[in-house]
Design a protein around this ligand. Structure first.
Ligand code: G4P
Length: 531
């Protein structure tokens, strides 16, 4: 099925699509900004700062929401580096939006993990890495903030190995730290890159390099430290495995770089590793078969929806990962879930601060498609055969609230607003015989965002009440008869989600287990594929 079209093959091979994962405050925003500076996508440090608020308290988040244009355009960033096209996908920093993060991670081919060298492996990093592991996503590690007093680097590597079960392969090694941070020694190139503080250094003004560990210039510069440095590098080389591209691509080994994001030090190493080692777009599971990125037919899937960008028009942008073929303006595609043809008149691409009309996109690229609600998360579009990409699940929510409109005359509006926010993936929405609409979330902040958006975008103020629901499971039945029997017995505990799937609402884990025992022929799912 692969293409013999050399231009398509060449363009696909030049794509690198990745996300940065980290615990809040480790330096993701700073690293993003420096990567964009290298890529020439922004001219000034500080340009990405607005995004940072997304991890803070609700009030800050709302502030960012007010500037939705900015928060959206920076959620996908495309730039050029070393004759490659790099797509950097942003992931929400706050753990309450972990579902959103998961979906973004289904659309990348690699990830850069940022670790704060003073703190080591933190809670959010562990969770995000678990998600990457589900797809064996290759991980490049950047250990940040070496300009501060930090932990022993060997100890950090051993923590990554034991906690994250990811073998580390240092490609560079730090010399000193904090006030005596001298630079990083490239174990592969056998040379020291000298550290100098200062934000604005770019590739054009390279840091001083000193070739060879035996170079007398090193003894001149750091006479007291060099004997110890040589000893420790020897130790590291002896104690760590050599880099294996194969193991990295299998998600088993991570090349590790040290640096200081804020000083723009060590950042280019990460970019060079992305270009040299990270995979170009990979084949994707489309249920019936895997789709090769160089196939001529255009295919892809929606992994994120951002709605009501412009409050005057209820438009939404669907973020669509191209999996094969080439997008061309105005092309017609099959909307698989709806079983009908759809035209994509104007797709967008995202260049740091700007949204630009996209005229050409291949596998690995992300395009933004304007629509009025026809596209849902998980939807597949193809220009050829009928396929449906898999792997974008909904997670069973753990937090529940019943919603009703303060003004009874606005009940319809509330329903419409929640239906749309549910389709967007902002919250899970269930309806059933119990009357009020039930909202399910993975994180508390989701409720607050939804309440605020309902009020500003749909002009409905709602009352949110606690419920006796404590967990939910999607259901599947072996046959119609079992379905009918189950539905007759459990009617009061059943609901449907925005896509019409049946869900069992349990009051407690005990309640769930009892029902599962009574109905061994029914399958209770904790996740559901979103299409
Ligand atoms: P995040 O997106 O992962 O949450 O982290 P972010 O980049 O916002 O960085 C968190 C804080 O750590 C920021 O300081 C940032 O300047 C600082 N930082 C990032 N990289 C380095 C580094 O290499 N060395 C040092 N010393 N600090 C670093 P802040 O005080 O929270 O914000 P700001 O006032 O500096 O912007």
């Amino acid at each position: 099925m692969s293409s013999s079209n050399p231009a398509l093959v060449r363009d696909v091979q030049k794509r690198r699509t990745f996300a940065i994962i980290s615990h809040p405050d480790a330096g993701k925003t700073t690293l993003t900004e420096k990567l964009l500076l290298f890529g020439g996508a922004i001219q000034m440090a500080g340009a990405v700062k607005g995004r940072k608020a997304s991890r803070h308290a609700t009030s800050d988040w709302m502030e960012v929401e007010k500037q939705r244009g900015i928060s959206v355009t920076s959620s996908v960033m495309q730039f050029h580096y070393a004759d490659h096209v790099i797509n950097l996908l942003d992931t929400p920093g706050h753990e309450d939006f972990s579902e959103d993060t998961y979906r973004v991670l289904t659309a990348v081919d690699a990830a850069v993990m940022v670790i704060d060298a003073a703190k080591g492996v933190e809670a959010q990093t562990i969770k995000l890495l678990e998600v990457c592991r589900l797809r064996n996503t290759p991980i490049i590690t950047f250990i940040n903030k070496l300009d501060r007093e930090v932990r022993d680097p060997l100890e950090l590597l051993s923590e990554i190995e034991s906690v994250l079960k990811l073998q580390c392969c240092p490609i560079t090694w730090p010399i000193g730290m904090g006030k005596t941070f001298r630079g990083v020694f490239s174990l592969q190139k056998n040379r020291l890159v000298r550290f100098t503080a200062g934000e604005e250094r770019l590739s054009g003004e390279a840091h001083e390099t000193i070739e060879g560990l035996d170079n007398p210039r090193l003894d001149e510069l750091f006479p007291l430290e060099m004997p110890y440095v040589r000893e420790s590098i020897e130790l590291v080389e002896g104690a760590t495995e050599p880099f294996s591209l194969e193991r990295f691509l299998a998600g088993e080994q991570s090349p590790v770089f040290f640096g200081s994001g804020v000083n723009n030090f060590g950042v280019q190493d990460v970019l060079d590793a992305l270009v040299a080692w990270a995979p170009s777009p990979q084949p994707r599971d489309a249920g019936a078969r895997f789709v090769e990125p160089t196939e001529e037919d255009f295919t892809g899937f929606v992994f994120k929806i951002q709605a009501n960008m412009d409050p005057r028009h209820r438009d939404r942008i669907a973020f669509f990962r191209v999996c094969s073929g080439r997008y061309q303006t105005g092309m017609k595609v099959q909307h698989i879930r709806e079983g009908r043809e759809m035209k994509i008149p104007n797709a967008l691409t995202f260049m740091a601060q700007d949204r630009v009309i996209m005229t050409d996109a291949v596998a690995g690229d992300i395009i933004g498609i304007y629509n009025h609600g026809q596209l849902h998360i998980g939807d597949t579009l193809t220009s050829g055969e009928k396929l449906a990409f898999t792997g974008i699940p909904n997670f069973a929510p753990e937090l529940f609230r019943a919603a009703r409109s303060k003004d009874p005359f606005k009940a319809k509006q509330l329903q419409k607003g929640l239906q749309e926010l549910g389709e967007e993936g902002a919250i899970q929405v269930f309806t059933g015989e119990f009357g009020n609409i039930l909202l399910g979330a993975v994180g508390q902040l989701q409720f607050e965002i939804v309440a605020q958006r309902l009020s500003t975008e749909y002009k409905v103020d709602a009352i949110y009440e606690s419920t006796d629901v404590s967990t939910a499971r999607w259901l599947s039945f072996p046959d119609e008869r079992t379905r009918k029997d189950f539905e007759a017995e459990q009617a009061a505990r059943l609901a449907t989600d925005v896509n019409g799937n049946v869900v069992y609402l349990a009051t407690s884990i005990y309640n769930l287990e009892t029902t599962m025992k009574h109905w061994p022929q029914v399958t209770f799912h904790t996740t559901r594929e979103m299409n």
